[in-house]
Design a protein around this ligand. Structure first.
Ligand code: PLP
Length: 383
């Protein structure tokens, strides 16, 4: 008997992808196989057109009017590194949310940038009224993980951005989880650096992501992370200063971006608000189902990610049992976000994490609740 697969690891990467994503990747390899900006023949032009279409769609999806203010990278980790390394120096101070991922914590630590963690409640929700008192004369950037990849809490970025701008500080948002889950508008949400990854809620393939620069940002103040060939100004050993070439050296991931473009198109066709409602309904089904089971502790916010711990049961054993007995795929541990677990009190063991996608069904959630209930009861009996 083939066991059914229930994929609830969408916060790591979404699966499955819409069919149109696979088709777009195949189509790009087949028909747009040239190198964009590197030649005048039809295959290079076709690749260039595809890249521009993806850029236009990405900009519009996040409310940016200028497609050239989108700089593609291989993932959000690279996008975050681009901003942190290009914009900050150890003389600066930054404020961070208490839910940051190591994609932020490790570069900040390696660069020796002093940071303060914004005060929050026990779920990691930032107390807006306490931001002002944390600002120092050299605070240059506020960094916010928009939707936590541990408990799905969504931070009020618009209000945080307003406070940042009133104090002449820039706002960087890590939208790894929130992109594709909730509407984000770089301008009305007061974002200066919007970092995203393509392979989670945006339903694109791995190897895609980027940063979008808000209209207030002077990109000349940001040093490129990489320097190299752009197909432009090739007579010079200096990196071109204009966008997108300033931050996009080397051949772009055209097939991946074709897939991302198709993922965004699919989201548009379904309606982001509809997808958002459905995802939240599934998480609330999961939250209420798990919340009443003795021995299970739920960590949850308004996003599409939720974590639990089960008393007397090691997370690794729980994940192995969930997959072996019910086909449920999940992720356990610290989810590369030890700071978030310190905030939630789940450090160092971490949690068992479930994350839904547009392809998750109510039946999947029902099975997941029953499976967790069985594990909680069995661990109680064993004790
Ligand atoms: C909040 C957050 N930031 C950053 C990342 C890093 O994403 P990527 O591996 O696509 O760079 C993730 C994904 O694990 C995440 O959830």
């Amino acid at each position: 008997m083939t066991q059914e697969m229930i994929y609830l690891d969408n916060a790591a990467t979404s699966w499955p992808k819409p069919d149109c994503v696979t088709e777009a990747i195949t189509d790009a390899i087949t028909h747009c196989g040239g190198n964009p900006g590197r030649g005048g023949h039809r295959l290079a032009l076709a690749a260039g057109e595809l890249l521009y279409e993806a850029r236009e769609r990405t900009a519009a999806f996040f409310g940016s009017e200028d497609p050239f203010r989108v700089s593609y990278t291989l993932n959000i980790t690279m996008a975050l590194n681009l901003v942190l390394k290009g914009y900050l120096s150890p003389a600066d101070h930054v404020l961070i949310s208490p839910m940051e991922h190591n994609a932020v914590m490790r570069p900040l630590t390696a660069m020796g940038i002093p940071y303060s963690i914004l005060p929050s409640d026990e779920n990691g929700r930032i107390n807006l009224s306490e931001i002002q008192s944390k600002i120092r004369s050299n605070t240059k950037l506020i960094i916010i993980c928009h939707e936590s990849n541990v408990n799905g809490i969504i931070q009020p970025i618009r209000e945080i951005g307003r406070i940042a701008h009133e104090n002449n500080i820039a706002l960087l948002t890590d939208c790894a989880q929130s992109a594709g889950h909730t509407t984000i508008n770089i301008e009305s949400d007061n974002i200066d650096f919007l970092c995203f990854t393509g392979h989670k809620g945006l339903l694109g393939p791995t190897g895609t992501g980027g940063v979008i620069f808000g209209s207030r940002v002077d990109v000349e103040q940001i040093h490129p992370l990489l320097r190299g060939g752009t197909g432009s100004l090739s007579e010079s050993f200096d990196q071109p200063g204009f966008l997108p070439d300033r931050f996009e050296s080397g051949t772009q991931n055209i097939c991946g971006l074709a897939g991302l473009n198709a993922g965004l198109k699919w989201i548009e066709s379904q309606g982001l608000e509809n997808l958002s409602r459905t995802g939240q309904a599934l998480i609330s089904q999961l939250r209420s189902g798990l919340g009443t089971i003795p021995g299970i502790h739920v960590y949850s916010g308004e996003g599409q990610v939720l974590s639990i711990t089960i008393d007397n049961l090691d997370n690794g054993t729980a994940a192995a049992e969930l997959e072996e007995r019910w086909g449920i795929m999940t992720r356990i541990g610290l989810h590369c976000a030890p700071l978030a677990h310190k905030t939630l009190g789940t450090f160092p063991n971490g949690t068992i994490r479930f994350a839904v996608s547009p392809f998750t069904t109510k039946q999947d959630i029902e099975t997941c609740i029953k499976a967790c209930k069985t594990l909680a009861e069995e661990s109680w009996i064993k004790k």
